[in-house]
Design a protein around this ligand. Structure first.
Ligand SMILES: NC(=O)c1ccc[n+]([C@@H]2O[C@H](COP(=O)([O-])OP(=O)(O)OC[C@H]3O[C@@H](n4cnc5c(N)ncnc54)[C@H](O)[C@@H]3O)[C@@H](O)[C@H]2O)c1
Ligand SMILES: C[N+](C)(C)CCCC=O
Length: 517
């Protein structure tokens, strides 16, 4: 079975020919197989379809020419999903769970292959990519476990009459993903959707289109009906075709705030529910009673995963005045020690940013920070690896900015790169007021040994995902999502079942109609 899957894609076949264990090396992959998938198979674009280049961030090479879906293709994918919905939604939760568990097993067996392709397309380190695949698998296992627990309520009424509620699927759900966690986002959206009996058409970011189709193949191989999980490639045009499609019942979106606003507007035309996982500019507050080594580790996790391209990052690091010099000393030392380079090497801790324009944007934020009075304590420069094949890659040295103030652009705007802004504070009240002084509210963190303070501060933080003495840990059992302009709805956890299902109320009369007429 796995051989058949492997043979279905040319890059994989090439890889198998080279080595059975560790497969890809940066600069060696070219993708020619179609990346669209519906009705149970990969689909090549129509002859006239437009294409876009996809790059390998580690080298700057062209990885493939992406075939973008237009109206016809989107219609076909939605039609396939609608047909699968008819079948899937009538299966019992246990039956759905069995297929999802099969999918999780297949995913586990293909972990390395998926992780490597994620690295090749996204630029993050192989160590992180493996964790992303694990998170995807765990999410599918978790929602497989919940699939058979979907239940309603029985409400006893006067005269023996009663009512009951049923939790029903929505129909065809559209998933639209960002480029920072391409595979994980596709799983975080599809797992709860499928567990509830929906089908899905997923559109990855055109910057990272490569791994979603692997998820589609895995679901199909696990026994899902044709059309249950489909992939259409494209950018905003394809995304908006999905949002407007009359047979799409819900849109689940991960991406930036401006696009989230457009998605909500489009969905509002059909009164479609939305899940919006948007951006952040999250605070991390480090009190003077913290274990400084531990707080530094937290600050690094809050800023430098995935080259800093993480929505929940705690990029505004507020450090209480008395420990500021010690904190800065250690954080700078540890940031300088981060090994940057080939993301497929085990020793690499920071790979390449996702694209050249994005790298340039992040570097320009560092320049602007300097111009506005911040001090570059380390990094913030383009990084050129010694390996010649990596010279065209999109690398930069992770950056710590000191002497930051709340009015600086680097403190106000989401940079979405490896740039940490360090700010000093004196009192708890002041830290809270400044931490909450933003239109965003995705995440927040606090380091302290004082358990009472930890819970008191968290209660007042205006953020959907708060961390005490850690940062950026997202077990799939725990809901994740934002307050304010960071989003609507949640991913993961039990509550997400509510965002992929609807409640029907059934009233049952046991007597006669008591008519007023
Ligand atoms: N909260 C979260 O869980 C989370 C997770 C990852 C990323 N993000 C956020 O995502 C952003 C970075 O990702 P990005 O640059 O890919 O975001 P983006 O908003 O540019 O694009 C996201 C997706 O939306 C699509 N899209 C763009 N315009 C569209 C339109 N008009 N209609 C329909 N679809 C459209 C894109 O093709 C892509 O698939 C950051 O702001 C980050 O904070 C949030
Ligand atoms: C798993 N992380 C690192 C918390 C990322 C969640 C998805 C946001 O970008």
């Amino acid at each position: 079975m796995l051989q058949r899957l492997a043979a279905s894609s040319r890059w994989r076949a090439a890889v198998l020919a080279t080595s059975a264990a560790r497969c890809l090396s940066s600069g060696s992959v070219t993708i020619t197989d179609p990346l669209n998938y519906w009705a149970g198979r990969r689909k090549a674009g129509q002859e006239k379809c437009s294409t876009e280049n996809v790059y390998e961030p580690a080298t700057g090479r062209i990885l493939c020419h992406l075939e973008l879906c237009g109206g016809d293709e989107v219609n076909q994918a939605v039609k396939a999903a609608k047909s699968a919905f008819g079948y899937w939604s009538k299966m019992s939760g246990m039956e759905r769970a069995r297929i999802m568990i099969n999918a999780a097993h297949i995913m586990e067996s293909r972990r390395e292959e998926i992780a490597e392709m994620e690295v090749v397309n996204n630029g993050k380190s192989i160590t992180e990519a493996r964790l992303d695949v694990d998170s995807a698998r765990l999410c599918i296992e978790y929602y497989a476990g919940l699939a058979s627990t979907l239940a309603g309520q029985h409400v006893q009424l006067a005269g023996g009459s009663f009512a009951y509620t049923r939790r029903e699927p929505l129909g065809v759900c559209a998933g639209i993903g960002a480029w920072n966690y391409p595979f994980q986002i596709a799983a975080w959206k599809s797992a709860p959707a499928l567990a509830c009996g929906n089908s899905m058409v997923f559109k990855p970011s055109p910057v990272t289109p490569v791994t979603a189709v692997l998820l589609a193949e895995i679901y199909a191989k696990a026994g899902a009906p044709e059309g249950l999980f489909n992939v259409v490639q494209g950018g905003q045009e394809t995304g908006s075709l999905l949002c407007h499609h009359p047979d799409v019942a819900k849109v689940s979106f991960t991406g930036s705030v401006p696009t989230g606003q457009k998605i909500m507007e489009m969905a509002s035309k059909g009164i479609k529910p939305v899940t919006l996982e948007l951006g952040g500019k999250s605070p991390l507050i480090i009190f003077e009673d913290s274990d400084v080594e531990n707080a530094v580790k937290g600050a690094l996790m809050a800023n430098f995963l995935s080259q800093g391209q993480v929505c929940s990052n705690g990029t505004r690091v507020f450090v209480q005045k008395d420990i500021l010099p010690e904190f800065v000393d250690v954080v700078v030392k540890r940031t300088k020690a981060i090994s940057i380079g080939d993301p497929l090497l085990e020793s690499t801790r920071m790979g390449a940013l996702v694209s050249r324009p994005h790298l340039d944007k992040v570097l320009s934020y560092v320049q602007q920070a300097k111009a506005e009075g911040a001090t570059v304590l380390c990094g913030g420069e383009p990084f050129v690896p010694s390996d010649p094949k990596l010279r065209g890659g999109y690398y930069m040295s992770p950056c710590v900015l000191g002497d930051c103030t709340d009015d600086m652009t680097c403190v106000k705007e989401e940079i979405f790169g490896p740039v940490m802004s360090v700010l000093s504070f004196e009192t708890e009240e002041e830290a809270l007021q400044r931490a909450n002084d933003t239109t965003l509210g995705l995440a927040a963190g606090i380091f302290t040994r004082d358990v009472k303070r930890a819970h008191r501060v968290v209660e007042h933080l205006k953020a959907g995902s708060c961390f005490i003495n850690n940062y950026n840990v997202t077990p799939v059992e725990v809901p994740f999502g934002g307050f304010k302009m960071s989003g609507i709805g949640r991913e993961n956890g039990q509550v997400t079942i509510e965002f992929y299902s609807q409640m029907k109320t059934v009233f049952v009369e046991m007597g006669d109609v008591d008519s007023l007429f």
